[in-house]
Design a protein around this ligand. Structure first.
Ligand code: FEO
Ligand code: CA
Ligand code: CA
Ligand code: CA
Length: 667
């Protein structure tokens, strides 16, 4: 449609407008930093960058890079032979491994199990009973988890469906009649989003299949009823026509990564939700503008020709007399982590607002300790956004743990200091330091926002990005997934890329201007206590082409070769043995070719390419059974006709990887 021509980026589903216009880390502070230890990128592109930047940029920090003293080295050795880069329209795995596709988009999983139609004519109602599109974060819950078991042969596979390809979803792509969209197309698009819960089981021959008719099989979509929980529940800025008491909403959208909780539920992240709403007002409230809500929406759902309430709500313009008469606040019910209990199909999903509202990529929990607070980390994937940590107020007890633990606590945001130390900055108005910063900022311009204060803690959380600006957090190069090393307790995050960072905007944790290939950062909490408010960080590896070096204290720790060049790290997961799996969503031009997944030994930083996806895809979402003998890897937005060459439509799918000798994957 012509309106999209105004901003062609709207057709790029990964488009994230730069909406942080604060300058939290001026360059002169970087130059003044006292270096304890230097980590920098050299060689290849890095050499040029380092010379431009005068080498004044560093990371540093944790003691655990001195890997030779660790007793865990052997358990995380990388045992397979690296696979080469690939341009083939197929999945590549190492010698001795096999792969097969599973649960492609359109696979029937509930209700009347409507068959997938390759001509694109499945209806909206049918899509509501089929696996959604654009598979992303995924987790395997052993079927006997609640009974204390760890089955590796039967479980609930739960996965996100981040967004859609309209061209593949419908018989003839998205259509318009008199500038309106056929309502059933919109229904189908909303249904292709959300989350799938699939009960799966391995037969005696090792083949995985859906358990048909299982009560656990379930679709959660962009239209499923949900509760708002935590401090933002009931806040006036969430009042809508649908929920005049601001306690409910419909749907979850753009679910990128996820995190399993210590009590066996699933948190789905709401990432680029801003693109689903249209605001035609002359000005936007800060809770929309700081996220990039535009005057038109990516898919024009608000233009459904039935004019039903469930579609009209995507128009967040001021239309009615009060907020209870329209959907001006609908976008304020998005941007959260959404808790889904896969073992209780009748459970209503819960949006956990205490974890903040931003472009949640995912969430990763620190190991839960009896009697201690619950701690989890979440990145905000947009250029120059932040990394957050939530610490619950109430202690964790395995016998009684539940989602209520996520409704009360302190949200912190990370400041990565140039000397390799770091601070968790409280975003709680009860914290004297934060309250003082808020008071000082009142009446000033914070980025693009003329800041006139926060009404209460609900307002802080609704405007988490703005609160983090005021707190003085470090703007990062697009934080994607996080992972916690089960052996060392160190926390890792991918920083996928940031081509917009200028030389004036570099900081020690994001040391490369025009960072096109990304890096992986990690930290150790003070005293290895995940509730600590200080930490030490370093850069685990810089991604890039052959010869890209990660140099620590003048020693080359990693130099990338044909076996492990990669760019734009995104998915990140520690398996149950402590191997680190790195997935990419980046340039698929030479020398990298198709996107991939690599395995890393966190102790030695040995990295090997394990898996290459088909043409055009990103590889995102990985989990295994508890025995690490079946691995599930998601392929998102393949091009062409993968996985079925006889089907004209590409289908996002899960890939099951096993070792031919039945052994542990990666070993
Ligand atoms: Fe959906 Fe940031 O990847
Ligand atoms: Ca994606
Ligand atoms: Ca991602
Ligand atoms: Ca990405």
């Amino acid at each position: 449609m012509a309106k999209h021509d105004l901003d062609p980026n709207y057709l790029d589903p990964n488009y994230e407008p730069v909406v942080n216009h604060t300058e939290n880390t001026p360059f002169h502070q970087v130059l003044a930093a006292r270096m304890q230890r230097r980590t920098l990128m050299k060689g290849s592109v890095g050499a040029a960058l380092a010379s431009v930047m005068g080498l004044g940029l560093a990371g540093c920090g944790s003691d655990s890079d001195d890997s030779t003293t660790s007793s865990n080295v052997s358990s995380t050795d990388i045992g397979f032979k690296a696979v080469p880069t690939s341009t083939a329209n197929e999945v590549v795995v190492p010698e001795g491994y096999s792969s097969e596709t599973f649960l492609p988009w359109g696979t029937p999983i509930t209700g009347s199990y409507p068959e997938y139609k390759p001509d694109g004519t499945n209806t909206g109602a049918e899509q509501e009973q089929q696996v959604g599109m654009h598979h992303d974060g995924v987790h395997f819950f052993p079927i006997d988890l609640k009974a204390g078991g760890n089955s590796s042969t039967e479980g609930l596979l739960v996965m996100n469906h981040e967004y859609i390809a309209q061209g593949a979803l419908h018989a003839n792509g998205a259509t318009y009649v008199n500038d309106m969209r056929p309502a059933d197309e919109v229904r189908k698009e909303i249904a292709a989003h959300g989350v799938s819960v699939v009960h799966i089981k391995q037969d005696a021959n090792g083949k995985w299949d859906i358990v048909f008719g299982s009560p656990f099989n379930r679709r959660i979509t962009g239209n499923t009823e949900m509760d708002i929980r935590g401090p933002v529940r009931g806040y006036s800025k969430l009042i809508t026509k649908y929920s005049p008491d601001a306690t409910e909403t419909r749907g979850t959208l753009n679910n990128c990564a996820m995190g399993p909780t210590p009590w066996g539920t699933y948190l789905a992240a709401e990432e680029n939700w801003h693109g689903y709403f249209a605001n035609g007002d002359a000005t936007q409230p800060r809770e929309q503008s700081r996220h990039g809500v535009g005057s038109s929406s990516r898919y024009d759902w608000e233009l459904a020709d039935s004019a039903e309430d469930q579609y009209v709500r995507f128009n967040v313009s001021t239309i009615g007399a009060t907020a209870a008469d329209d959907y001006r606040n609908e976008a304020n019910t998005y941007g959260y982590m959404v808790e889904i209990d896969p073992f209780t199909p009748e459970n209503k999903p819960q949006k956990r607002t205490a974890l903040g509202r931003f472009g949640h990529e995912g969430v990763i929990f620190a190991p839960a300790r009896e009697g201690e607070p619950v701690v989890c980390y979440s990145g905000d994937d947009s250029r120059f956004e932040y990394i957050y940590k939530f610490v619950s107020s109430k202690p964790y007890y395995a016998a009684t743990a539940g989602g209520y633990l996520l409704d009360e606590g302190t949200l912190y945001v990370a400041r990565f200091n140039d000397d390799g130390s770091g601070d968790w900055l409280s975003l709680d108005l009860d914290d004297a330091d934060f309250a003082a910063k808020v008071a000082a900022a009142e009446g000033t311009q914070v980025g693009d926002v003329q800041f006139d204060g926060f009404e209460n803690q609900a307002d802080v959380l609704l405007n988490t990005r703005l609160a983090a600006d005021i707190a003085g957090a470090t703007p990062m190069d697009r934080p994607e997934w996080g992972a916690v090393d089960p052996n060392s307790g160190q926390v890792y995050f991918t920083l996928t890329n940031n081509s917009r960072r200028t030389e004036e905007q570099v900081n020690a944790a994001n040391p490369n201007a025009n960072n096109r290939t990304g890096h992986i950062i990690r930290w150790s909490e003070e005293g290895n206590d995940h509730t600590a408010t200080t930490f030490d960080w370093d850069i685990f590896v810089f991604a890039g082409e052959q010869g890209t070096e990660t140099v620590v204290d003048d020693e080359v720790i990693v130099s990338l070769t044909d076996d492990n060049i990669f760019n734009s790290p995104d998915g990140l997961w520690f398996d149950y043995n402590g191997r680190l799996w790195i997935q990419t969503d980046g340039s698929d031009a030479a020398p990298y070719q198709n996107n991939m997944m690599l395995a890393a030994n966190p102790e030695t930083r040995e990295i090997k390419r394990f898996f290459v996806g088909p043409v055009g895809c990103e590889v995102t979402g990985v989990v295994s059974t508890p025995d690490v003998k079946t691995m599930f890897v998601n392929i998102q937005h393949p091009d062409g006709n993968w996985p079925d060459s006889s089907d004209p439509r590409p289908r996002d799918a899960t890939v099951i990887v096993t070792k031919d000798d039945g052994g542990v994957i990666g070993a």
